[in-house]
Structures are given as C-alpha cells and as structure tokens.
Design a protein around this ligand. Structure first.
Ligand code: SF4
Length: 384
C-alpha cells in the first residue's frame, strides 16, 4: 500500500484547533500550509499536467463539513430506479482518495480534485448521538462512500473517536470500509462488537490489475485477521464483480479463501457499473485497461452494466459458492433492482428495514460462531 503524502495543505481556520487538523499537521510538519476560509482554487495549478486528477490529490484541504453530516445511502433515496436498499447511513468525514482504483466513481464526481478532510469531529459525534437518540431499530453507519474509511486513518486518527463512541452504543454498528491495511489505530481499542471492518475484496490478480496503490490481497487478509483477533467483526464487499474470462474459478477460489479463514458478518455483491462519463474518464486515465472492454447496457439509473442475465449469473454463481459453507451469512446485492434480486437470490427483501434487520440479527448469532475462523487460523490453514 502506498501511504498518502500531500505537497500542500490548506486549513480552514474554523477547524484549526480540531484534533484531526492537529494530527495531520503534526504528521507533515515540513509540508507548506496555508490558512484560508475559501475552498482552495487549485485548477490553475493543474493545467499542463497530463493527469490533473492525480496531481490534484497532492493538495489537501482540511475544513468543516457544513452540509448534512449524516445521510441515508444514495440507493435508498432514489425513487426512480426501483433499487433495493439496506437502510444504511453515511457519515461523510472526507472526500476523495489517494488510491487509484481504475473503476472508482470519484474520478468523475468532482471538477476540483483535491483531497478534503472534514475535521469537525465534535459536530459529527453530536449528529450521530442525535440520530441514535431518535432511532428505535438497530442501524449501520458507514464512512466509506466518498473516500476509503481507513486510507488516511494513520494521519487523521478518525477511528480513535469513532470506535470508542460506537463501543458505547447498543443499537448502532459502525462500518469501516477499506482497501487499505491501515489498522494500527484500530488495534488500540476494544470495539465491544460494535465496529465492523469491511474489506473490499477481489481475486489477487484483479487487485494487481485494477486497484493501484491499495493494500495487496495478502495485506488485506492479514490486516483482517489482526482486526478479528482484536475483537472487530469482519465483513467483505465483492464489489465490483468483474467478468474476467476466468471469473468462475477466480471467485470460487476467493470465496474458499475468505470462508476458510473468516466467518464474515456479511458479504455484499455488486457487479461492475459506471456511467458514461466515468467510462470515458477511465479510458483516458488508464488507456491500456481491459476493464471497459465488453458489452454493457444502459440501466434506468443512468449507469452502464453487464446484461441483466449475465449479472444474475454472476450473482447466482458467487452466492452459490458462499452457500456451500452453510453459514447463513447475510449476503446482499448492492445497487440492484428487485427483478435481479428475485432471479439471483430467490427472494426480494420486503423492505430496506427487513434487509437491515436480517443483517443486524445475524450479527447477534455471529458472536457464537466467531471462534471458528480463529480455530482454522490456529490449525495452520490461514494463507494455505
Ligand atoms: S479505495 Fe475506494 S474510494 Fe479509493 S480509489 Fe478505490 S474505489 Fe475509489
């Protein structure tokens, strides 16, 4: 994994005293720093670079998130596309990511491609408490929508605030979604079963082809095992599922590896998708990639996807590999419609609360099975 180092830092004075800001400045005492209330306009500094997105990420803006600190996942708020959602909340603590995944939607999401860290952690914790005070059911809250949850954790220290906060909750789970192995901060805390660290996983050769600068397959698994031993629940996102010519064998091997070594709290599946702008951005930034080669269809949510029948085959096949382990692991499709759910999984959740309840209920029974993967580890099967 490549660690992040900015070439310029901009600090909004309103968060100058935040412990997040102070942690970053302490990590990079030699990096030039400007204090400014305005969003830094770096566009003129990027012209002339063949890849302005890559160059823009060297600029880090530490500011206050003035928008809604907690929001429902985009799939659940869209009424147009019949997507099945899982009642998931998102806490935005940063925007953009220094990793270079070929398929990353963030590439076309902004015209000002700097890295942003929101440092108003006190307000975030307050908003979290308000949400939990007014919610009767168990919910999951994630941070990995507009950034990788842990890619910058060693410089920001966000997990040092979030993990202890959730450790004191009974009806909320924090999900940290990552492709990194930055877990040193996590190992300092007892999460008391309330934090799930979820790794996005692909077959090893796919990671080498498409997930640049991230932790390798082995590094992710090693980090997951250390987190599990420290009391964290572990989950996996197989997203995007990519139809390489050998996908059936590759995903079977992946599932066998994951399920031989872990008892995941949940697994999500999501087939490769992108909108038209992202496809041309990928072709421009990664001209030799084979990711965009193949036939795709337009779907009502404006995205290009594999044909529906093929997506269903992908999901059915990978779900079948999971079911062979008879663990009742909650497995859900990300950003898919009811027809695909029915044809791939054999049923459709009655509602987003129904799906959420299914996932969270399993986490209660999960405690009783948790020693299974540790046992396998001790028997020398890990990385076999
Ligand atoms: S880790 Fe996630 S956010 Fe970062 S580049 Fe990859 S897909 Fe994008």
């Amino acid at each position: 994994m490549i660690f992040y180092r900015p070439s310029k830092i901009y600090v909004d004075p309103s968060v100058g005293d935040s412990p997040i800001t102070q942690s970053i400045l302490k990590t990079f005492p030699d990096v030039p720093c400007d204090y400014t209330c305005e969003k830094p306009n770096i566009l003129n500094q990027l012209s002339g670079y063949s890849d302005p997105l890559l160059e823009g990420k060297k600029h880090l803006w530490i500011t206050r998130n003035q928008g809604k600190l907690l929001k429902k996942c985009g799939a659940s708020t869209s009424s147009l596309n019949n997507l099945v959602c899982c009642n998931y909340f998102i806490l935005d603590f940063s925007f953009n990511c220094h990793f270079e995944c070929v398929y990353c939607f963030l590439q076309e999401y902004t015209n000002l491609p700097l890295m942003i860290v929101y440092a108003n952690i006190d307000e975030m914790l307050h908003a979290l408490q308000e949400l939990l005070d007014t919610t009767s059911s168990s919910i999951r809250i994630g941070t990995g929508e507009m950034a990788d949850s842990l890619a910058l954790d060693e410089i920001t220290g966000f997990s040092q605030y979030l993990v202890p906060f959730f450790a004191n909750q009974k009806k909320a789970f924090l999900e940290l979604k990552t492709k990194s192995d930055s877990i040193q901060n996590l190992l300092k805390w007892d999460p008391k079963g309330q934090t799930v660290v979820a790794w996005s996983m692909s077959p090893s050769s796919y990671i080498q082809k498409y997930d640049f600068k991230t932790a390798s397959f082995e590094e992710r698994l090693k980090a997951a095992k250390l987190c599990e031993q420290a009391g964290y629940k572990i989950a996996f996102h197989l997203d995007p599922l990519i139809a390489e010519p050998t996908w059936k064998e590759d995903y079977q091997e992946l599932i066998d590896h994951l399920f031989s070594n872990f008892n995941p709290a949940w697994v999500s599946l999501g087939a490769l998708r992108f909108n038209a702008n992202l496809k041309s951005m990928i072709q421009k930034r990664f001209p030799h990639t084979t990711l965009t080669v193949g036939e795709f269809v337009s779907t009502p949510d404006g995205k290009k996807r594999y044909f529906r029948q093929f997506r269903e085959e992908l999901y059915q096949t990978v779900h079948g590999y999971i079911e062979k382990y008879h663990r009742q692991t909650p497995t859900y499709l990300c950003m898919e419609n009811k027809v695909v759910w029915q044809n791939s999984m054999g049923s459709v959740p009655l509602s987003e609360q129904d799906l959420e309840k299914h996932i969270v209920t399993h986490m209660g029974t999960f405690e009783r099975c948790q020693n299974l993967s540790l046992l396998l580890f001790l028997r020398g099967l890990f990385f076999a």
